[in-house]
Design a protein around this ligand. Sequence first.
Ligand SMILES: [Zn+2]
Length: 317
Amino acid sequence: MDCYSSLFIDALTRGDLEALRRIPKSDLHNHQSRAANKHDLEKWLNVTLPPFPKVSSLTEMDHWYRQNIRGLTPTRETFELKIKSAFCEAIRENIVLLCLSIGPGDMQYFNNDIQEFIDTIEKYRLEIAPEITFIPEMSLCRTDNEVMNQFQIDTSLELLKLNYFKSVDLVGDENVSPAPFRDFYQTCREHGMITKIHVGESTSYENIEKAISELEVSDIQHGISASESPELMKLLKEKKIILHVCPTSNVMLSNTCDYTSPQLRTLIDYGMKVTLNTDDLLIFDSTISEEYIKLYQSGNFTVHELDDIRLCGLQYS
Ligand SMILES: [Zn+2]
């Protein structure tokens, strides 16, 4: 419990979204290029964005995003609106600890100059949300193309010299081995960085075991399929590996049937360290407060369990 726990529990019990927004929270699994609140972009760009339909894969989601949203922000000026919105959202939702995952490829909007990209992020952060604890995260993508993997590693090694990024994440096809990134992750650890990987979202727990073995990560993005294996959950607990879960993302990509699905329930029952996050707010249109409400109203979790999840995020460092 912290000094906000009773207010959090009261707000959640009453389904009071406005009161819930005022309670301090974290968002630690959040992709910068899709972190904007769609209602900000609708207002600022004077457009109407279609609702995201439930799909059956990440590929379908990417396709929908390219068809419906990506083209709305083709310039530096419009891309910056997404950065601005992410920090506005942190203030609206009282997200006091925010990790934004930044794709170096998006520096194309900033004359291919990563420092210009970083300076722009910092400009908006300092203007809008200077009080929050901010964790800039570098995002890489595992592929089956050796040249592409090595290019990303070489680029990222240069970025490490900036001493800006505090975390690293590896996205991409879960069935592709993360082994080519092993040495790079070792270097990141030597820099004191948080080390994450997207895994266990749409494939079995065995890929989580491989990822831990190859990269020795400190955190897992999603990781819900760990619930299939008591041995793996025991290992995750021993290694103090945190899972950053995103329920609406899981539902909308058909990785779980609904908010009552047993994966997260099992993880909580085993005492796993779990945080609650938005993943891609611009697509899923579910704020962090709405995530708490959806889980509570599913009837699958008590208010105290959800407060423990909130506190797990706040105690993250
Ligand atoms: Zn994600």
